[in-house]
Design a protein around this ligand. Structure first.
Ligand code: G3I
Length: 344
């Protein structure tokens, strides 16, 4: 009997030790995506394919922390249609395959933008019908190709001017104001499932630009245009952060329209911050944590994505705007996001 109890006790202790180490292991291995799950929040970042292919430290981070990816450049117009009606999906397909293999969602960026427009378009002269056909063909060919692989598209990117009103782009000038509505309809025709977003920057707080974005998407909704959400890029600066109350109010008014919000390109500039490096990184971290808290508390904020993964490759060279440093070490920003996700 005693032996029996000893045997059980011994084994029970062994099993307990094993269980504890497993739980500890799981706790340590818990990435941001595991913490984000309880909020039904997608968390991820923009991917530079050059690193995806040959940097295991980079992919280790993706697989530990992220459940959604977006191509930083590989799925833009100049990359996917470098020559008229000649499409190149190689890099986008690579990313789609990687995402699918690692049970991650893929966000599409972007079907229509005034930058990274291929030269065969910018160097040509097009009348309205010709450019409309080019826009429709591009949107529908790319959206159809990625149907079932891309769960949400930035259909139109940055169509609102920083000084108010519509941005004076090739698309706007040639096709008129309602090109945006037609772009969304073309995308929906090509992909009946993907969520369709309008994406812009400096439109996270309550300001002229966010009011213009709100007016645009409200009109699209009233016209019955198939739009599902608004992307807030959130390229922020510690020197001039938005008010969190305003961000929350902005998300709420979009929720009242029945629209989701994705934080699509989050990063935080801090060059010139008047403090020590530790104070600078702490200030960046606080902004990361504050925004994630606003997102998880909002009823319609369903994705938080950074524009890049680590500081060794950011579109803001010389700054340190991301959650990982250039040696792939997590920064205060990472731990601030972790804490915000652990909170209620
Ligand atoms: O692909 C060419 C390469 O062939 C050439 O050798 C090289 C040098 O000229 O340029 C390469 O193209 C560069 C491209 O990134 C791909 O790396 C362009 O010069 C460069 O301007 C382009 O920058 C991108 C920028 O958008 C373009 O406006 C950034 O990487 C990208 O992070 C940035 O992302 C945008 C979002 O799409 C929209 N929101 C703003 C955000 C930051 O600008």
């Amino acid at each position: 009997m005693y032996l029996g109890i000893w045997f059980l006790k011994g084994n029970a202790m062994k099993h307990t030790a094993l269980l504890v180490s497993l739980l500890l292991g799981m706790a340590q291995a818990q990435g941001l995506k595991d913490l984000a799950q309880k909020h039904d929040l997608l968390i991820g970042g923009a991917i530079d394919l050059r690193y995806l292919l040959d940097d295991p430290d980079y992919t280790d981070i993706l697989e530990k922390d992220f459940n959604v990816l977006v191509a930083e450049n590989a799925m833009k117009m100049d990359a996917t249609e470098p020559q008229q009606n000649e499409f190149n999906f190689a890099l986008g397909d690579l990313l789609a395959t990687y995402a699918s293999k690692h049970n991650m969602k893929l966000r599409g960026h972007t079907l229509l933008w005034h930058q990274q427009v291929p030269k065969w378009i910018t160097s040509g002269t097009w009348n309205k019908d010709e450019l409309e056909a080019i826009m429709k063909n591009h949107i529908q060919t790319v959206a159809a190709h990625y149907q079932g692989k891309v769960f949400a598209w930035d259909v139109v990117n940055e169509a609102i001017s920083d000084s108010g009103g519509m941005r004076d782009t090739l698309w706007q000038k040639t096709l008129g104001d309602d090109y945006i509505a037609r772009a969304f309809r073309y995308a929906r025709e090509a992909d009946p499932e993907a969520k369709l977003f309008y994406n812009d920057y400096s439109s996270e707080g309550m300001n002229q630009k966010s009011n213009d974005v709100y007016a645009l998407v409200k009109k699209l909704k009233e016209q019955g245009v198939p739009i599902d959400g608004v992307g807030m890029q959130m390229h922020l600066s510690v020197l001039n952060p938005p008010s969190m109350e305003e961000v929350a109010a902005n998300m709420k008014r979009l929720a009242d329209l029945g629209l989701e919000v994705h934080i699509t390109e989050f990063d935080v500039r801090s060059a010139g911050y008047p403090g020590t490096p530790a104070e600078r990184h702490a200030a960046v971290g606080k902004l990361y944590g504050d925004v994630v808290k606003v997102c998880v508390q909002a009823s319609n904020c369903t994705a938080f994505m950074t524009w890049g993964v680590a500081d060794n490759h950011t579109w803001l060279p010389g700054d340190s705007p991301l959650m990982y440093d250039g040696f792939y070490n997590p920064k205060p920003a990472y731990f601030a996001v972790q804490e915000a996700l652990k909170g209620q």
